[in-house]
Design a protein around this ligand. Structure first.
Ligand SMILES: N[C@@H](CCC(=O)N[C@@H](CS)C(=O)NCC(=O)O)C(=O)O
Length: 202
């Protein structure tokens, strides 16, 4: 199995963590999707990472689909509950975490533009998504919807989203008033799978 990805992508990290936790061996093909010369389009017409190529040559994207494909392999530990509605709840939490990653990515891209071309309105819009998303996640940990001691697709996605904000220093004070979320991500960050997929220091 080959995972096409970059070491800084939180979506790729989510998939890497799942594969490591399940003990599935894979080859990592490092591609930089934002570089002019990159081979990502061979695997995903949208030119985005991650993509997963199976031993049979099937190619899967994007990260929620890859996560679903991996669950089909039925290798423990299960990352999604079997009961359909509970599974949908888990996937919705994944979508929320992925949305925070998307907003973070837009902020990083916007800040990479010359200052005169940056849109303060767009930056604010995206920052509000991050803030509301983090508030919602903190509430979900507080009410027990998300549990720090549970390893599943939702908790992994949440830790990857927060890990990305930390890595890009996008929301430096996020932990000040979100103690429940802090506990969840600190628990996840202690796992070997997270240590092994930490984004490279700049
Ligand atoms: N919804 C996609 C998002 C993936 C994504 O945005 N990946 C970024 C890297 S973090 C990318 O490859 N961007 C390249 C581009 O947008 O051209 C997923 O979950 O896989």
């Amino acid at each position: 199995m080959k995972l096409i990805g970059s070491y800084t992508s939180p979506f790729v990290r989510k998939i890497s963590v799942i594969l490591l936790e399940k003990g599935i061996t894979f080859e990592f093909i490092n591609e930089m999707p934002y570089n002019a010369e990159n081979g990502v389009g061979k695997y995903n017409p949208l030119g985005k990472v991650p993509a997963l190529v199976t031993g049979e040559g099937e190619c899967w994207y994007d990260s929620p689909i890859i996560a679903q494909y991996i669950e089909l392999l039925d290798i423990a530990p299960a990352m999604v509950p079997r009961e359909p509605k509970a599974a949908l709840h888990t996937r919705q939490l994944e979508a929320l975490a992925d949305g925070i990653m998307d907003a973070g990515l837009v902020i990083v891209r916007e800040l990479a533009r010359p200052v005169a071309q940056q849109s303060p309105e767009e930056l604010l819009r995206q920052r509000e998504k991050v803030t509301r998303g983090l508030d919602a996640l903190d509430g979900f940990v507080a009410d027990g919807t998300l549990k720090a001691e549970e390893l599943n697709l939702a908790t992994i996605a949440v830790a990857c989203a927060v890990g990305y904000l930390n890595f890009r220093r996008l929301s430096p004070g996020w932990c000040a008033e979100r103690p429940h979320l802090v506990k969840l991500v600190e628990t996840l960050f202690q796992r070997d799978s997270f240590a092994r997929t930490e984004p490279p220091k700049a």
